[in-house]
Design a protein around this ligand. Structure first.
Ligand code: PEP
Length: 251
């Protein structure tokens, strides 16, 4: 039985005061949800405050990106070891905004996955197709390529120490959500693909859905057999919405 996981991706939003307020509301609002894990991925500068507020609570935290390089002359980058200094558990790799706006290809994403995992972080590997790719029937091929880049560089076993997030690009920040049936079909494809190489990993790996998840659609999505929780963007910035989404995962 896989535990449900709900991760807030704050993206480049908020300020220190708002972050503190949001975190305190999340701690209070999710205390009665013993069966799920609730996490937030905050902007780098707020990680010390996040650590201070969340340590000794049930809420865990992480970052939204990590460098594919070891410590060295990489201006503006943040190494996996640095994230450990702030006790991050998770780091998102390959978010579609990183892929489309910052030119991260499958190989770079796989390198980031490797550095994160090598340092002891749990990478949340984002995969997903654009609308154009879906419309020409390329969804599974695109996702397979995104997964294969990691499997080739690492191994199928490495996925056991990771989380996968299926995030159709056309559903991110658009208000347009994949239907539970659409999402479940891709989640099942991902799990079956992994099962062909390692049934144990396939059975245990958490596969989250991301893309305009709200309190109004979370329950239906989380009820699907291969959806193990959500990666939440916009709605994770609104305390009551995020708490309701976490509650939906508990049920
Ligand atoms: C995301 O950024 O990972 C995401 C799913 O965003 P939203 O929930 O706003 O669509």
């Amino acid at each position: 039985m896989r535990a449900k996981l709900v991760v807030g991706n704050w993206k480049m939003n908020g300020n220190l005061a708002q972050s503190r307020e949001l975190l305190n509301a999340i701690i209070t609002g999710t205390t009665e949800l013993p069966d799920i894990v609730c996490a937030v991925c905050a902007p780098y500068p707020y990680l010390p405050a996040v650590q201070l507020i969340l340590k000794d609570t049930h809420v865990v935290w992480g970052a939204q990106n990590v460098s594919q390089f070891d410590l060295g002359a990489y201006t503006g980058e943040v190494a996996a070891e640095m994230l450990l200094d702030f006790a991050c558990r998770y780091v998102i790799v390959g978010h579609s905004e990183r892929r489309s706006l910052f030119g991260e290809d499958n190989h770079t994403v796989a390198e980031k996955f490797k550095k994160a995992q090598g340092a002891g972080l749990i990478p949340i590997l984002c995969v997903g197709e654009t609308l154009a790719q879906r419309e020409i029937g390329e969804t599974e091929r695109i996702i397979e390529e995104q997964l294969d880049a990691v499997i080739k560089l690492m191994s199928i076993d490495s996925l056991a120490q990771s989380v996968i997030a299926y995030e159709p690009v056309w559903a991110i920040g658009t208000g347009r959500t994949a239907t539970p049936v659409q999402a479940q079909s891709v989640h099942a494809f991902i799990r079956n693909k992994i099962a062909q190489q390692n049934a144990g990993v396939a059975a245990s790996v958490q596969i989250l859905y991301g893309g305009s998840v709200k309190s109004s659609n979370a329950s239906d999505l989380f009820a699907m057999s291969d959806i193990d929780g959500g990666l939440i963007g916009g709605a994770s910035l609104i305390a009551n919405e995020f708490i309701s989404i976490c509650s939906a995962a508990q049920h």
